[in-house]
Design a protein around this ligand. Structure first.
Ligand code: BTN
Length: 263
């Protein structure tokens, strides 16, 4: 089996952006996880920009040990190795920078949809805030330093049905109204935004991206809960933490875990 035509054009679409990411490009029919491919290769010296794209994953992973499920050919599944100077503390906020890149690329494909970032790593669509994409940022370390960053992205593109476990909360570009989305263009758009924004955020933090992040924030003004707390989301701070006005009036800054939308 080989990759479908809308992915086979990926190298061409990337070349048109004149960027450092997306080369070398490894187009795989199947793998365990593109993040595994990228991490293993990063440890063996893969250079900045090396990218793995797969039609299917046998063991796709999400945050917090969850599985990432996608049927063959229905998603954009990729991981890219980034070698930019980055303090370990800047890694969690980078997921938001990646989320913004993915959000913007999906918004190009779905110009009339409301596409937003749901802290800390999801891209959601519409009033029901259905998940359309997820981001997994990992790193290889050299002692206490970040040696390479591996950015993994999964976007639901052509899927028209989902497994029972996620069906109530998931959607795709096809279900949101665009049946002819081109995964090569989507990939190239995301890589171009990462090429532009990640070095800045890794060096200086989120400040210069903060206005765009706030506009795209799916949780602002919404009631949210974590495992231990609940309140109203008041935005994302420049360190990438979710600001939550707790029910006792205190302003909390959530830096990890999940924020569940309560409606
Ligand atoms: C999440 O929603 O928790 C993050 C999901 C990230 C999934 C992508 S698919 C490509 C890459 N390979 C993986 O195994 N995971 C990421």
């Amino acid at each position: 089996m080989s990759v479908a035509p809308d992915l086979a054009r990926a190298a061409e679409a990337i070349a048109r952006r004149h960027i450092a990411l997306g080369a070398p490009l490894h187009l795989l029919d199947e793998t365990t996880s593109t993040n595994d491919e990228a991490k293993r290769s990063a440890k063996e010296g893969a250079l900045h920009g090396a990218t793995w794209v797969a039609e299917s994953q046998r063991a796709g992973r999400g945050r917090q040990g969850r599985a990432w499920m996608s049927a063959r050919g229905e998603s954009l599944l990729f991981s890219v190795v980034l070698r930019v100077p980055c303090a370990p503390a800047r890694l969690p906020p980078l997921a938001l920078v990646v989320g913004l890149a993915v959000r913007d690329a999906i918004a190009v494909a779905l110009p009339s949809a409301d596409v937003r970032i749901k802290w800390p790593n999801d891209v959601v669509v519409g009033e029901r805030r259905l998940k359309i994409a997820g981001v997994l940022v990992e790193a290889t370390l050299s002692g206490a330093n970040v040696d390479a960053i591996v950015v993994g992205v999964g976007v639901n593109v052509h899927a028209r049905a989902f497994p029972d476990e996620i069906a109530a909360h998931a959607t795709s570009i096809a279900l949101a109204g665009r049946g002819d989305a081109d995964r090569a263009e989507l990939l190239a758009d995301i890589l171009a935004a990462l090429d532009r924004d990640v070095p800045i955020a890794a060096a200086r933090g989120l400040a210069s991206l903060h206005a765009r992040l706030s506009t795209a924030d799916a949780l602002r003004g919404e009631r949210v809960r974590s495992e231990t707390s609940a309140g109203t989301a008041e935005g994302i701070d420049v360190d990438g933490r979710l600001l939550v006005r707790a029910d006792d009036g205190a302003l909390e800054r959530w830096s990890s875990g999940e924020a569940h939308l309560v409606r």
